[in-house]
Design a protein around this ligand. Structure first.
Ligand code: SF4
Length: 309
């Protein structure tokens, strides 16, 4: 199985189990250019929506993946940017639902939920995760670096309206960036806004992978633990999930590349994911790096592979 352009993984995750990723936008297309983004800088943040790839092409890959015996616990719209920028993301969610009983997940920054049509389509997902890391216009601009013609108030109101009548499971991710939103007053303000959303789960995150802005550092565990208690329900703190897949799979170059482009990883993590000796994976990563298809990033003495700059 392999050779997919719009599907990646399945990637094991602590919260979703084995999750097949569906990527609907070219790298890297996003409303935001978050300082902590693990998939690199957004060249031009935009909220202009488009059909970046034909819905039929995406669903044809889902058909092939299912026909080839693909197994996953969730199918997640995520990847190299913001999935709701694709005007057909709702058709993709509908299409997946019509084809299998695997629950669908939408990983979104939530920035476009002020648009009624985006709220309507996002409701199709069984789980929707949105982001909330600033607490006012200035903090949101510093952290998420949105386009000038969006406002925090507009985005926040969109997320609130979605949360108010979403029948699925709402998750909220708060990304802590030391120096930008980790002071006690900042955390109090974020927590009181997020708590009003009535989310089923709240996730605190921090830069555990190399971020778009290399000056961004991960928040200390103690800060995360203290912050977690401010949220209702208590926020969950990420543990770096060892990427582990049962059984050995053949070494698949496109699988390595597709994973790294959306989910930067070390050679050891990829080796565990693919059930391959690390030396084989490192050799393939070296080749991909020489061809300019992936980028090697050294961070805190550890070598990561991610999308090209
Ligand atoms: S972290 Fe998410 S929302 Fe922020 S720039 Fe990256 S892809 Fe976009």
């Amino acid at each position: 199985m392999g050779g997919f352009r719009h599907l990646f993984g399945p990637v094991p995750s602590r919260r979703l189990g084995l999750s097949l990723g569906v990527d609907l936008v070219p790298p890297k297309t996003c409303v935001y250019d978050c300082v902590f983004c693990q998939i690199g800088k957004t060249p031009s943040p935009t909220w202009k929506r488009a059909e970046f790839v034909a819905v039929s092409a995406v669903l044809a890959e889902v058909d092939r993946w299912l026909a080839e015996g693909g197994k996953a616990e969730h199918i997640t719209l995520a990847g190299a940017g913001e999935p709701t920028l694709h005007i057909g993301f709702g058709d993709v969610l509908h299409g997946i639902r019509a084809r299998c009983s695997i629950p669908t997940v939408l990983f979104s920054n939530g920035a476009l939920l002020f648009l009624p049509e985006v709220r309507e389509k996002a409701r199709i997902a069984d789980i929707a995760k949105v982001s909330w890391s600033g607490w006012n216009e200035a903090s949101w601009r510093r952290i998420n670096r949105p386009p000038p013609d969006l406002s925090f108030q507009r985005v926040a109101e969109g997320i609130r309206r979605f949360a108010a009548d979403y029948a699925g499971e709402l998750w909220v991710e708060v990304f802590l960036v030391p120096g930008l939103n980790d002071s006690p007053p900042a955390l109090q303000a974020i927590a009181s806004q997020v708590n009003e959303l009535g989310a089923a789960r709240i996730h605190l995150n921090t830069a555990s992978r190399p971020p778009a802005d290399p000056t961004v550092r991960p928040a200390p565990l103690k800060t995360l633990q203290n912050a977690a208690a401010l949220f209702h329900p208590t926020a969950e703190i990420p543990e770096e999930m060892p990427l582990q897949l049962e059984g050995a799979a053949p070494l698949d170059r496109s699988h390595i590349e597709n994973t790294v482009l959306r989910h930067p990883a070390t050679a050891a993590q990829l080796a565990a994911l693919l059930g391959q000796p690390e030396s084989n994976v490192t050799a393939e990563l070296d080749r991909l790096e020489k061809e300019g298809r992936v980028r090697r990033i050294v961070r805190a003495g550890q070598i990561w592979y991610g999308p090209p700059a």
